[in-house]
Design a protein around this ligand. Structure first.
Ligand code: FES
Length: 171
């Protein structure tokens, strides 16, 4: 009788140890599968456009790519496929990588143009390629969402971004 009780106890003890081991293994596996926090946060960039003056450009990065945000001047032409409204002002946004062969164009504020140092490509402030220069299409636009009156979240697809896609016929 004492033997049976001892065997039950040993069985339960072994089962308990095995159960704890299995849970620890599952936790370890989940940690392996989950992306690192740095990878999760790398998908989004928060930009504060508060305090920007008309005609001012702000540079940032999204997923390692150079992104610009330009606050348009009152009286500038508004292009629904390239511009969005935030707190009563219009802005344009684009990935500043030349669509010819991938160089990084420079902003020439006096001319209101991006000039590509590699083969002379040109883009307007709205990111549209100038005809007769090598780039075959406008700058790409990163997905973004507007939060409040001054914040953009790059990497999130908000209604302003969706509206721009629709206006460009890409939705
Ligand atoms: Fe910009 Fe060629 S890479 S013009």
């Amino acid at each position: 009788m004492a033997d049976v009780k001892r065997r039950d106890f040993l069985g339960m003890a072994l089962g308990g140890v095995a159960g704890v081991g299995a849970i620890a293994a599952l936790v370890a596996m989940k940690k392996t599968w989950d992306p690192l926090p740095s990878v999760v946060s790398a998908g989004f960039t928060t930009v504060d456009v508060g305090g920007m003056q008309e005609g001012e450009m702000r540079d940032t990065q999204w997923r390692g790519k150079p992104v610009y945000i330009l606050k348009k001047k009152s009286g500038d032409e508004i292009l629904p496929a390239r511009d969005f409204k935030l707190a009563g002002a219009y802005y344009c946004i684009g990935i500043k990588i030349c669509t010819h062969l991938g160089c990084i164009p420079n902003w020439k504020a006096n001319d209101g143009l991006f000039l590509c140092p590699c083969h002379g490509g040109q883009f307007t402030g709205d990111g549209i390629n100038i005809e007769g220069t090598p780039p075959p299409r406008p700058f790409d636009i990163p997905p973004f969402a507007v939060k409040g009156d001054t914040t953009l979240i790059l990497g999130e697809s908000g209604k302003e971004y969706e509206a721009m896609l629709k206006a460009s016929g890409n939705s």
